[in-house]
Design a protein around this ligand. Sequence first.
Ligand SMILES: [Fe+2]
Length: 308
Amino acid sequence: MALTQTLRPGLIQLRVLDFDKSLHFFKEILGLDEVGRTSDGRVMLKAYDEFDHHSVVLRKADASGLDYVAFKVANKEQLEEIKDKTEKFGYKTTEIAANTEQPGFGKQYKFTLCTGHELHIYNEVELSKDGPMIKNPNPWHKPPRGFRAVRLDHFLLYGPGIAEAERFLIEVFGMFVPEVCNTADGKRLAAWITGNNKPHDLAFVEYPKPNTLHHVGFFLQTWEDVLNAADLIAINHLKLDIGPTRHAITRGLSIYFWEPSGLRIETYCGGYTANPDNPQRVWDADQLGRGLFFFSGEMIPSFLEIVT
Ligand SMILES: [Fe+2]
């Protein structure tokens, strides 16, 4: 049972510039499985430990970036309730009919946050024919490959007005905010937000340009898997941003790098267990380097400046 109304971010659609190289990365290096193609040529993918039909969609485009993130909610009643609350909050919603935009997915509602990001909500989705075992289950049903990514985990979004976006996710999605970073004059600079026990389903950083993606995070099982990913990043000549390293914020163990179309990807393990009744952790903006990169304690310019 979910702690709140939203179960998790279950689907992300990404634009990629070099479709073939990016698809090779997502399948053979990150380790996702191809589920199929849509009639307009998008490719649907999932991680080996995910039950639902697919979680990642790649779309060939002239510029890399984020099309949208879709959140799975607990039941049909909550889907309608969240839709109504979204309208009352002030964001216009549009219905997407089942099995149109995303094969295997039921009805979705889409809307745009003040930060410029498009979000969707849905409840129904077909189970994958290639999901984890459920009868006397083995840890995995076929050997995980590449990074051995377990699941789509979280996103960091940059945009204007994140205090309002944070309020929306609390009031409408029923999420909570385990960790924040504030400027010296008390304004919100960043927030880590979740609807379950993960330290974050998504995070925001205040930024003037709307609808900006900083990174997509995929969960790995262990620190050894993070080191294995570091080897594969080097072997495949992918451009490293930083890591392997430790975050103090979320307490995750992490690497950031760029996939062939220039999307920043994070491979992540660990992290604390978030509970909605725990006190909120608060960072001062001048400590953010230490919060993000605990070992060096220093911010790296690329982390703040390079976004898609
Ligand atoms: Fe992250």
